[in-house]
Write a protein that binds this ligand. Structure first.
Ligand SMILES: [Zn+2]
Length: 436
């Protein structure tokens, strides 16, 4: 509307100017050779204006004609993009609905319309994987890896597949490439940690585990496993200490630390380590290590007293005191400890078998001796079994602690069955909470 008004004003001005010039009069003369052409000024100007408008029209039409194929192409691309986007949406819906065949059909259509973009390649891979065609999925992932903008997505897909196939060397190579493509990505870190666990590279697994996520016994187990793999003694010592501080109740870590301290010429520090570990959670291996080199039976009783001093009421303390006293011939002392343990109701099979030994020493091969032996053996058979290292994942019993259960392949699940905390009312000043 505004444009029309302006045009009218312009036209009016033009007519007015023409009339004005006509009134003014005057001629324009053009001479070409011998020929003279004379026209009024107003007609000359009019001819100029008309000539300009006609030339402008011709040029505009030519430009429009030349741009026509490009416009057609743009329109077609726009239509393809719209249809392609719709196909991608339908493929996503099909994937979410768990219908891989329909997803594959839609994504093929989308690829035909949109070409190979990171989106279409990723969806192709997911649809093929869902349809169980892993080779086709990996082909799409490899096409992603070849692109700069889809490299990480492709590596991620290939790595997931390699881990599923348990092809560890390939998985490790892909994890390194993914780390290079996207340095510091949290997902890569998690996958590399899982990979390190699967390939039994405990040092790498520990290094990749964030301290906040991996704590307590699991961290202790991993640190000790890493220490066992570490060739550098100084680093191994640090890892052992890290294991012990992560879980002071973890006897194998205390034993490793104490063994190293003793080897470095600090037997007293080694004994303190074992005593502290016993106070935290008694374990027969700690007693074996503590009493280990002592041959004299009475000295062994003294050692046992020193070891158990701060956790006196624990069943494991009573058992070791009873056994060492019995070995030293202190039957009164042994009887007090073992009978106290049996009557506390916390005794396992080992205490009843120690009672058999004690009565054999005291009563000898007599009728009374045989009668009590039968009684203790009966009770031993009904008593809870002695604690042991057991895989909490598959239940297999192990002779000692190991980083990984060879039966089921689960890392960090072998635990001491006697380490469940119980409240022991008989505990001495070492603390009211002890372990059974
Ligand atoms: Zn297992």
């Amino acid at each position: 509307m505004l444009r029309a008004i302006w045009l009218l004003i312009l036209l009016a001005l033009g007519v007015w100017a023409a009339l004005f010039l006509r009134q003014m009069g005057g001629n324009v003369e053009i001479s070409v050779g011998q020929t003279f052409i004379g026209i009024p000024v107003w007609l000359g100007l009019l001819a100029l204006v008309v000539g300009f408008v006609v030339l402008h029209g011709i040029l505009s039409a030519w430009k429009s004609l030349r741009g026509w194929p490009a416009r057609m192409r743009a329109r077609r691309a726009e239509r393809h993009r719209r249809d392609g986007d719709a196909a991608v949406t339908r493929a996503l819906v099909a994937l979410a609905a768990g219908t891989p065949d329909q997803a594959r059909t839609e994504i093929r259509r989308a690829r035909g319309l949109l070409g190979d973009t990171p989106h279409t390649l990723l969806l192709t891979a997911e649809a093929e994987r869902m349809a169980g065609r892993n080779d086709a999925a990996n082909e799409a992932f490899r096409a992603l890896v070849a692109r700069e903008d889809g490299k990480f997505l492709g590596l991620r897909g290939l790595l997931r597949d390699a881990m599923q196939r348990e092809d560890w060397p390939t998985a490790q190579r892909l994890a390194r490439e993914a780390e290079a493509a996207q340095p510091g990505a949290e997902w890569v870190k998690t996958e590399r940690a899982a990979l390190a666990l699967r390939t039994r590279d405990w040092r790498e697994a520990l290094a990749l585990s964030p301290p906040g996520q991996l704590t307590g016994h699991r961290r202790a187990a991993l640190a000790l496993a890493a220490a066992m793999q570490e060739p550098d003694p100084a680093k191994a010592a640090t890892l052992e200490k890290e294991a012990l501080s992560a879980d002071p109740r973890f006897a194998p870590a205390a034993l490793a630390v104490a063994r190293r301290q003793a080897a470095e010429g600090s037997p007293r520090r080694a004994k303190t380590t074992l005593q502290n570990a016993w106070t935290a959670a008694p374990h027969p291996d700690l007693a074996t290590a503590y009493l280990g080199e002592e041959v004299d039976a009475l000295a062994r009783v003294k050692s046992a007293e020193a070891l158990t001093h701060d956790n006196r009421g624990h069943p494991e303390s009573r058992l070791v005191l009873g056994r060492t006293a019995l070995a030293a011939g202190l039957t009164g002392r042994a009887r007090a400890e073992l009978e106290g343990l049996v009557s506390s109701g916390q005794a396992d099979r080992r205490a009843y078998l120690a009672m058999v030994d004690m009565d054999a020493v005291e009563l000898g091969d007599s009728a009374a001796g045989r009668a009590t032996e039968a009684k203790w053996l009966r009770l031993a058979a009904a008593a809870p079994p002695e604690p042991r290292w057991q895989c909490l994942s598959c239940g297999t019993a192990h002779k000692g602690w190991e980083p990984l259960c060879e039966s089921c392949g689960t890392p960090g699940r072998i635990e001491w069955t006697g380490s469940a905390p119980v409240v022991d009312p008989g505990a001495a000043k070492g603390g009211a909470v002890a372990t059974a």
